[in-house]
Design a protein around this ligand. Structure first.
Ligand SMILES: Cc1cc2nc3c(=O)[nH]c(=O)nc-3n(C[C@H](O)[C@H](O)[C@H](O)COP(=O)(O)O)c2cc1C
Length: 212
């Protein structure tokens, strides 16, 4: 397979200024629903970019758990690399690659920790195995073997034989408060449609078409 010959024509849809919602959240909700309806694999998976103190960007996949006009929320370990980078610089970028629809959405904004009460509310909804998993993982730290995790799991299971599994103090959510949303729809002959929504100081959204 010659990679340089790999290309698709994009003809799934088109995006016109006249069809856009005025509110970026409404446009995002519309596309998110369509990604769910069209069986995009894990439509809530997105790439999260953070930047280190020495300006090195890092990416990883995380799962969006809910969103509303206040922001988009994901959950993670507060001692992980991503959380450490957010603590020093809360500017992040998120990318939803809805490639079966020939779409991507890129969001830029600031990440803030959600309250412990909000994290607990979501934690209690998680299956028991996922709750235990949150306890055992010192996410992003170096470990000598898988055995370390298995021993830790046995230890945590023994600790929580009865009653609810408590919220680990080092685990919780971040809410990303967007400053901009970009909606990209692949077009024929590489004439793709891109629209950038930017929030002004009054909180309303300006919309501009970008060159592909
Ligand atoms: C499909 C998928 C979903 C994931 N969801 C999450 C998630 O919601 N939260 C999380 O902390 N890590 C999630 N991960 C793992 C992250 O990609 C990453 O490995 C981990 O968070 C450590 O990242 P860091 O070292 O940059 O902090 C997911 C990975 C994949 C492939």
């Amino acid at each position: 397979m010659d990679l340089s010959d790999m290309r698709l024509d994009y003809s799934e849809g088109e995006l016109r200024r006249s069809s856009l919602r005025d509110d970026a959240w409404e446009q995002f909700a519309l596309w998110f629903d369509q990604a769910c309806e069209e069986d995009v694999h894990e439509p809530n998976a997105f790439s999260l970019a953070t930047v280190s103190a020495d300006s090195q960007p890092s990416l990883r996949t995380v799962l969006l758990k809910y969103f509303d006009q206040n922001g988009l929320v994901f959950f993670t370990n507060y001692e992980s690399n991503k959380a450490m980078e957010i603590a020093a610089n809360n500017k992040v970028s998120m990318l939803f690659p809805w490639l079966t629809l020939q779409r991507q959405v890129i969001i830029k904004g600031g990440a803030v920790k959600v309250s412990a009460a909000e994290s607990l509310k979501y934690f209690l909804k998680r299956p028991k195995d996922s709750q235990l998993g949150a306890w055992i993982s010192r996410q992003s730290s170096v470990i000598s073997s898988r055995q370390v995790l298995e021993s830790k799991l046995a230890e945590i299971k023994a600790r929580f034989t009865k009653g609810d599994i408590s919220l680990p103090p080092f685990w919780g959510g971040f809410r990303i408060e967007p400053q901009s949303f970009e909606f990209w729809q692949g077009g024929e002959s590489r004439i793709h449609d891109r629209f950038l929504y930017t929030k002004d100081e009054a909180g309303s959204w300006g919309i501009e078409r970008l060159s592909p």
